[in-house]
Design a protein around this ligand. Structure first.
Ligand SMILES: [Zn+2]
Length: 174
């Protein structure tokens, strides 16, 4: 990937959320972690990408929904030793759409499992992805064993010393 923003990276995915659902559309792509700007404060560095898959559909009682599956890896900062830690993740969210806030609140009260969103005729898919990644990131990420070979989840992978330095610089700047 190039460091400079290529036109493709700037192209926005904007959908009509209700129409997307009714037409049972599907959309997928890969988003560079560097473009998830609201996450940057929590990252040791901006390497990596997030694969995403968005699907639309309508439930039994005619409510449109969006399903968003995400898979990727972030480099978070361990809150115990303040060193970078690889954090692979995979999440899936099912968002039921409502035309107004009152209906959304009512439905969420009746069904604790339900995650609602308001119908959006110009939904920015990348903003939605960013929101879901933020929700998935642990509040206080920590290594299983600090000071050991980094990335217990990825055996054999040595930390990149430059990335470690970048992580330290980020912490100092705060
Ligand atoms: Zn640690």
């Amino acid at each position: 990937m190039r460091g400079f923003l290529a036109p493709a990276a700037l192209a926005m995915n904007v959908i009509d959320s209700a129409l997307f659902a009714r037409e049972q559309r599907e959309l997928s792509g890969t988003l560079a972690v560097s473009s998830l700007t609201r996450l940057h404060d929590q990252l040791a560095d901006q390497s990596g990408s997030v694969e995403w898959e968005l699907q639309g559909g309508v439930d039994k009682i005619e409510r449109p929904w969006l399903s968003l599956a995400l898979k990727g890896q972030l480099r978070l900062v361990c809150q115990r030793c303040l060193k970078p830690m690889d954090w692979p993740f995979a999440t899936e969210a099912l968002l039921t759409q409502f035309s107004d806030e009152a209906k959304l609140d009512e439905a969420e009260e009746q069904d604790e499992e339900l995650e609602g969103m308001l119908v959006d005729p110009a939904l920015d898919v990348e903003a939605l992805i960013e929101e879901e990644v933020i929700l998935a990131v642990p509040f206080a990420p920590m290594h299983d064993h600090c000071g050991g070979t980094e990335g217990a989840t990825e055996a054999g992978k040595k930390p990149n010393p430059f990335a470690v330095l970048a992580g330290l610089k980020t912490r100092k700047a705060e």
